[in-house]
Write a protein that binds this ligand. Structure first.
Ligand SMILES: *[C@@H]1O[C@H](CO)[C@@H](O)[C@H](O)[C@H]1NC(C)=O
Length: 331
């Protein structure tokens, strides 16, 4: 949290107060001179991949790990909208809940040298636990055990590298603008049925490196799902789990315990990552319709089946409609 202080004048005074509660190592990063806000206009805040190592270096965010061009998936962040939004009375009652259990609150009486500036009610939950930047909420590496109350206009939520174990239905309830949820590298085991399913705008749900034994229910608006690095067996997917996701382009379920390739796969799919599972066999119709030899599935360019026991040479007629053969064992 304190690392983000230089980003926003609106949190500056509160963060200064918090500095005293931050370990010296992190404090050094805070004190590193940062460019002023005009520099952030050239920064693609969406296309970066924060790791624990580069976390302090907010200006070196260019090396996003994904190889794909997400095209219109890349949201437009308005870095100019740092000014607080109009006060929304709905967020006020949730403040108490948000501040409860705050790990890095300043010690009592240690408010720091700068008297706190007046902060609009809506900004307060973000200032204490996270940073709100336009419609994005950044809560990475904040030792969260549960999600804080989010402003109602939130579009992008980053809650990576925390200790969240469960996602409750109320965590995202009513957040109709939410487009991306990134809860990578938490300890999520349990997701309540309505946690994601009812979000009408959700396009990207990123849950890699958690402890899921089953895939949560998904909204039809989804374009990108990453639940790699969990413990999901095939029994953890509902039958035809992806059939109705007509916009799904990226389905990443590598490093799980799947026995089968989930079917049917929506025509919109571009990238299917199933490497490092336990897939031994497949149906000839998994990718291509064997009744329709003229079929072409142009979109599905990237299939990874390496790291599975399956011998792909046994299914010579399964790939005719694809632009490229899957990656995997062919011998
Ligand atoms: C994989 O299948 C092909 C085709 O039947 C076969 O020739 C090859 O020996 C198999 N490889 C393994 C490692 O089982």
């Amino acid at each position: 949290m304190a690392l983000m202080c230089p980003l926003g004048w609106l949190v500056a005074s509160l963060c200064l107060g918090t500095l005293w509660a931050v370990p010296a190592k992190e404090r050094r990063k805070v004190e590193k001179p940062k460019a002023d806000l005009t520099l952030y206009e050239n920064l693609d805040l969406e296309n970066y991949d924060l790791t624990v190592d580069n976390y302090g270096d907010i200006l070196d965010l260019g090396n996003y790990e994904e190889l794909y061009d997400y095209g219109d998936l890349v949201p437009k962040i308005e870095v100019g909208t740092l000014a607080p939004r109009p006060k929304d009375p709905k967020t006020l009652p949730e403040l108490g809940e948000t501040t409860a259990g705050t790990p890095k609150l300043p010690p009592p009486g240690g408010a720091g040298p700068v008297p706190p500036a007046p902060i609009p009610g809506q900004a307060l939950p973000c200032c204490l636990l996270c940073l709100c930047l336009g419609s994005s909420v950044y809560c990475d590496d904040a030792e969260l055990e549960q999600l804080p109350a989010l402003p109602p206009h939130t579009e992008y939520l980053y809650g990576r590298f925390n200790r969240i174990a469960a996602v409750r239905a109320r965590d995202f309830a009513g957040l109709e603008k939410l487009k991306r949820i990134d809860l990578s590298s938490n300890s999520i085991r349990r997701v309540e049925a309505d946690a994601f399913r009812l979000l009408p705008s959700l396009q990207e749900l990123l849950l890699p490196r958690n402890r899921l034994g089953a895939l949560p229910e998904l909204p039809r608006s989804l374009r990108r799902l990453d639940a790699s690095g969990n413990r999901i067996p095939s029994a953890g997917l509902r039958p035809e789990a992806f059939r109705d996701l007509k916009q799904l382009q990226f389905l990443h379920l590598s490093d799980n315990q799947l026995d089968f390739i989930p079917v049917p796969l929506p025509e919109s799919l571009r990238s299917l990552h199933l490497q490092n599972n336990n897939i031994r066999t497949m149906h000839e119709d998994t990718f291509c319709d064997s009744q329709d030899q003229g079929q072409i599935r142009r979109a599905l360019e990237d299939i990874r089946l390496d790291g599975n026991p399956i011998n792909l040479s046994l299914f010579p007629n399964a790939f005719f409609c694809l632009p490229r053969l899957p990656t995997g064992r062919f011998s």
